[in-house]
Design a protein around this ligand. Structure first.
Ligand SMILES: [Fe+2]
Length: 240
């Protein structure tokens, strides 16, 4: 950037980053088929005791990591996790990190209906380096058709059912005092997959109207090759 007389460098203050990608029907459909079966199965394991989600109309179910219809998704997530690891240390110019493997050690589904919500929370992690994420596999019309306008004034409902990340404070008058808002709301879209550091706080707003909002959530740990097998997911009381 140049002012009239001087060259000016703009030095951004960056705290973190999120990966976003979109997976196709070949991944989403088998996952939904598996979850439909789980929903119909009265013996399906609830995951709610490890989670803070206030999902009273719907369910939060444990996903088997050995399920064939989930394997392709796990492979994609682990590969993305490794990309995140490499990208992070490249960006921080840290060349001291050893090669590691990304290991999805827990996964669950969230089946929400009108009024269900997930309060502000972070996720647990098996290792200091931990990633968490979500994939949307069903979105009800009211959320799908919501406007891209995020303005909340006049009870707009514009962020109903949205996922919101909070990574600092965001006073309403922030922009008036050179403070960039430190939160971000995203509209859930079928096939969209987000990956973020496990400490990053987030929440899901309730929505109104018919239909199911369905997502998969998961946590990833990082290990030296082979070491991931020595840790069992049951050793962790909370996934959040
Ligand atoms: Fe979460």
């Amino acid at each position: 950037m140049t002012t009239k007389q001087l060259e000016v460098d703009v030095i951004p203050l960056t705290q973190s980053f999120i990966f976003k990608t979109r997976v196709g029907k070949a991944i989403v459909n088998p996952v939904n088929q598996y979850l439909d079966e789980m929903l119909a199965d009265e013996n399906a394991k609830s995951h709610a005791h490890k989670l803070v989600g206030q999902i009273t109309r719907g369910k939060q179910l444990e996903i088997s990591l050995k399920e064939d219809r989930i394997t392709p998704l796990i492979n994609i997530i682990q590969s993305l996790g490794l990309n995140y690891y490499d990208y992070f240390y490249k960006r921080t110019e840290d060349t001291s990190q050893p090669k590691k493997v990304a290991h999805v050690y827990t996964m669950w589904s969230v089946h929400s209906y009108a009024g269900d919500y997930n309060p502000l929370h972070d996720h647990g992690a098996q290792t200091l380096q931990g990633l968490s994420g979500s994939l949307y596999t069903k979105i009800p019309p009211a959320i799908q058709e919501s406007s891209n306008d995020l303005d909340l004034r006049n009870a707009s409902g514009n962020q109903n059912g949205y996922l919101q990340f909070v990574y600092g404070d965001s006073p309403v008058i922030g922009p008036s005092m050179f403070k960039i808002p430190q939160n971000m709301a995203v509209r859930p879209v079928v096939g969209d997959l987000y990956l973020w550091p496990s400490w990053l706080e987030h929440m899901v707003y309730p929505f109104d109207g018919e239909g199911e909002r369905r997502s998969i959530a998961f946590n990833i740990s990082f290990h030296k090759p082979g070491e991931e097998k020595s840790i069992r997911s049951n050793d962790f009381l909370f996934d959040h």
